[in-house]
Design a protein around this ligand. Sequence first.
Ligand code: HEC
Length: 177
Amino acid sequence: MKTVTKVLLSTVLVSGLFAQSDVYLTNNSRVPDLKMPDNKLPFKGIEGYQNYKIVATHFRTDKNEIRYVLANPVAYNALTQHEKIMPEGSKIVKIGWSVKKMPTWPGALEADKIQRVEYMLKDSKKFNHNGDHWGYARFVKTKDGYKPWAKGAQGCISCHASVKNDDYLFTHFQKTF
Ligand code: HEC
């Protein structure tokens, strides 16, 4: 191989590697290199989520957590069109934040720290649990940093099965008008 080609090739490879490891959760916290124990979906699979659109917000009173649900463009279009079945490649990310009193208005709560990051990816070639074609991934914040959900995806599948008729999604597009 000519040296020029070699140099070009390694530049492409190296910049590719950097792009791969440069996934940020927020402006200054890098996404760790973790994978789900069973289906191997990576934490880095949330890459680009900052550009997704918020489709719903939920507040879990038992966990005192605010959750933002964001959809990639393909899922966003399907959700806003109220499609029954989400198209292949749909990705829905859920970020759970603890809350704290707003310093400027203590009667109000605001998002404080990320507690969990989860996503569902529609890929019917890879996933089929009795017709549920989603891959599930959850990474939770512990005192030693993020950890993949030890029980794996099976737990997700059984609970999301309760909304089987809505393509296993609890979320409906939250009207913005
Ligand atoms: C005991 C029931 C239960 C289990 C187990 C569960 N979920 Fe959910 N999930 C919910 C509910 C309820 C919502 C909607 C409320 C919210 O946002 O918290 C939801 C919402 C979601 C959403 C946003 C899309 C949607 O369906 O509304 C994602 C993504 C998600 N869950 C991923 C996961 C993953 C990944 C796992 C497994 C690691 C999991 N869930 C396990 C009940 C569950």
